[in-house]
Design a protein around this ligand. Structure first.
Ligand SMILES: C[S@@+](CC[C@H](N)C(=O)[O-])C[C@H]1O[C@@H](n2cnc3c(N)ncnc32)[C@H](O)[C@@H]1O
Length: 172
């Protein structure tokens, strides 16, 4: 099945968790990669990798991919056999972090119960030095991680060539 059709099918079944009707564009993925280049070199974890639309552009950073959906994971295994891929909720994987990590976050936070546990966990990992930076995209105007006490934050890019258009936020 084509990636786009699989993605749409997943969205229709679970809009809150999937968050958009099509995967991110190459333009958005490139903006994310560009944002990471200015940050500390750390282990990279991509949470909510989906069909790998962002992975394709950050692959050279050897990210650990975390994805909750089994079918998406199978697709990631097929396309990125050289990467470590975990089929689990990102919260479980984040609890296992033991070294300085940079996070690429694709999991939608708007109206998603995931956020309730994610924010305190991220605050804890950042204050302990285990998460050193975080890059996230959002379709809304609001700072998506305003409740986390990052020292630095910036809305680095606005990508019109994405559906929906997206803002890339960088925290460190
Ligand atoms: C907006 S899509 C992004 C997919 C891909 N990164 C992209 O940009 O096209 C969100 C992805 O997060 C995954 N996801 C949602 N909740 C999750 C969770 N708690 N743990 C891991 N993955 C999750 C969904 O299955 C979906 O693949």
């Amino acid at each position: 099945m084509r990636k786009e059709i699989l993605f749409l099918k997943k969205y229709l079944r679970n809009p809150q968790t999937v968050g958009s009707v099509i995967p991110s564009s190459d333009f958005l993925a490139k903006a994310i990669f560009k944002s990471i280049k200015g940050l500390d070199q750390t282990t990279v974890m991509e949470i909510g990798a989906g069909t790998g639309a962002i992975t394709k552009h950050i692959e050279s950073l050897n990210p650990l991919l975390v994805e909750i959906d089994r079918e998406f994971c199978a697709l990631l295994q097929q396309n990125y056999p050289h990467l470590n891929i975990v089929n689990s909720c990102a919260l479980e994987q984040l609890k296992k972090v033991t070294e300085r990590t940079g996070l690429v976050v694709s999991i939608p936070l708007i109206n998603n119960p995931f956020k309730t546990s994610f924010i305190p966990l991220l605050n804890h990992l950042y204050s302990n030095g285990l998460v050193s930076w975080c890059v996230i995209f959002t379709y809304g105007l609001k700072d998506p991680l305003e409740e986390v006490d990052f020292k630095r934050k910036a809305r680095k890019h606005f990508v019109l060539q994405n559906f929906p258009p997206a803002h890339v936020w960088v925290y460190s």
